[in-house]
Design a protein. Sequence first.
Length: 68
Amino acid sequence: MDFNNYLNLNKGDTDFFLKLFKVYLKVIDENKILKNTLKNSTKTKKENLKPSPKFYITPKTSKLIENV
């Protein structure tokens, strides 16, 4: 068997591996996108979990402070 026949037999295999490699690259790209969206979604949740400081001294609270 000469080299040209060997290449013709393996052409189907190389096409398959090229398609498989392209699918693999797509999966990696989608994984990166999903990781970034997950990071961004957790950042917004962490920011929202922090309570905003709302402490106002009312006459009632000032009396409580004086009594302590």
